[in-house]
Design a protein around this ligand. Sequence first.
Ligand code: ZN
Length: 367
Amino acid sequence: MQMPNDALAELRGLTFAERPARWQHVPQSVALGIVAANTNRLKRHRSGESARYMFPLLRLDDVPLDAAVQPLDLHHVLLAGLPTPIVTDLWALPADLSTALMIEADDRARAVHARTAAVHERVRSGCPDALLELYPHAELLALQRDRTPTLTRDRERPHRADHVWLTEVTESSGEVVPALRWSIRVPDRHLPAASIDDTIGADVGLRNLVTLADRSQVWHVPRRAQVRSLPSTDPRSAAALLVDAQARRMILEAARPELEAALVRTLSYRRANIEALSYQGMRDHGRVPWAPGAMHLSGAAVWGTWVELLAPVTGTQVRRVNPAGTSTTCPHCGLLCVRPAPYDIVECPTHGAMDADEAGARMIRLV
Ligand SMILES: [Zn+2]
């Protein structure tokens, strides 16, 4: 496919008067940034296979952004074509994977420092017009120059690989929002191969974010922040979104050491059964309407995804288990238990009272 100049000009002129339905939830400014990013890609790849697969011929899930998306810090991403960064949750990953993205941010900051220094050198040696190269990018350069790089790329640690795609995810509220999908290379020896020949069960909840059970032991990750929801924010205000994101990060960080320890423990088992979360089910049948939001806010909901992200590295086989019945069945004899309010204990007619989360994790292990 050849991309003539007038087609490039047409791309630049896109206004999205009639955006495809899947793009409706992408803010106009972000959509225009994506057009600009892909127009730049088309300029670089005017012919051949790579050109054929680029926006606007693709579904939203398949839009490649790659170098047009750059992490700026744990809360911000730069998208080519936009003068201001997008607020993102790069912190809501296992710490090693967030760090991989921050190494990228530091690499970019170093490149900006070097580029500025090179232009200054040319100005000093009598070529003041060299400065004109910086003006068109002044705002972005200023943002990246503010970062003081401290991290360096290490092939032995997780690091950013080539690709990033624009996609979409369904939030606990049922709302579909745009998301970035990064590829991060995790070296083989970064985590030890799963060696415990047993299945670990993981119950995900509100009182305990995660409860793990194997053949003989039980571990809890208790909730550390007593908050169910945050006030809603104006999604058009990047500053308000940042305030909201910082509060959500603080809540996750309160439990992070224990969530990360539970992650490493789970990945040491050859098999892991993790409670599948159904936000729709929780809204329809749950006792507490705020449960989906609280699960999301606390970090309980994201933890299972962490396990799934890293399981290929350790070889752990992960199954998502439908929790139906697991909270009212005795893990020792299979009899139906009663679960009186406030629901933190189950009572087996034979085995008596048990911690409900522990019983749930044991049952999920056995399913
Ligand atoms: Zn029993």
